[in-house]
Design a binder for this molecule. Sequence first.
Ligand code: UT7
Length: 333
Amino acid sequence: MTRRLARPVGITATGQYYPEKRLTNDDLSKVMETNDEWIRSRTGIGSRHWVEKGVGASDLAVPALQMALDRRGMKADELEAILVATVTPDTLFPATACRVQAAIQAKNAFGFDLSAACSGFLYALTTGASLIASGAYSKVAVVGVDVMSSILNMEDRTTCVLFGDGAGAVILEPVAEGLGIMDFEHRVDGNGGCLLQMPAGGSRKPASHETVDAREHYVHQSGSEVFKSAVREMAESGRLMLDRNGFTPTDLKLFVPHQANIRIMEAAAKRLELPLDRMVVNIDRFANTTAATIPTALHQAEEQGRMQQGDLVLLSAFGAGFTWGAVLLRWAF
Ligand code: UT7
């Protein structure tokens, strides 16, 4: 059974923002025991952008969303909702969505943050689309943003080389029949939680001198276990989208996977029997920006003219939680 929205909803504009400071693998190799060859061959990453001290998620989300609004020719006060997917909010509360709302003066919008790590943008996308499909809303902004550099342990070379900072934003609106989100599937398996997490700083282990000394406010990951699950679930959820909607891989114009590791992305594409030239890649320049990988990749593909209205596009993600899922859509503009 497909998860069809009660009325067609699609992305009508995109935007993105990366902080200025760019670090190459060679830059990192000057401050830790690593090298360009290892990072490139194991992950596909060549460089990443990191914020300067004191810059929060909303500082990246605001220009990304403003770009999407400008490209749509929409005023901020037309927005009715702002959903921000992030695991690195400016503060635990208030929500980053509230800061974004105030900064862009979206005075008629409500908003909230959604925490699903690398799957966050896909969860927020279909949540926002469902608000519109309900008939109660018609203009919703969805932002995927993360400042991963704020939770990286620079003494752990197995994680700190993998992540970047960035934001991607989309505007969702009702669209013509046959366009927009066609189907989606989201899943969670909390048993995988301990394999990718930030152990301290929440209610279970509030910040203390001990948690800081133990470096528990940083990303902890069991890379190879996450790797295997990511390949399997991204491929299977993508395959589910194709099978239950009666499509073959060659019907897809583009495959836009979460960008955690080029080897994960290529393995998932191979299992989907998809030619690699249909896959959108930005991990080489921006690394893993968590909730921002898919909206920024969509923005870049759109800017490069790789999608036309009506093209079939598959989005697929896997992240901490474990969380994963896929969205099948027909590009709407
Ligand atoms: O977005 C959320 C989901 N996250 C993911 O999907 C990430 C999934 N996991 C991965 O992408 C990969 O597992 C990693 C990139 C994290 C690691 O790649 P790997 O091929 O699984 O490497 P490994 O952990 O097995 O490490 C191999 C070797 C080790 O050395 P020994 O023990 O064989 O001597 C590491 O110590 O590579 C070493 N190593 C490094 N060497 C240079 C680990 N990190 C580095 C580094 N530079 N940065």
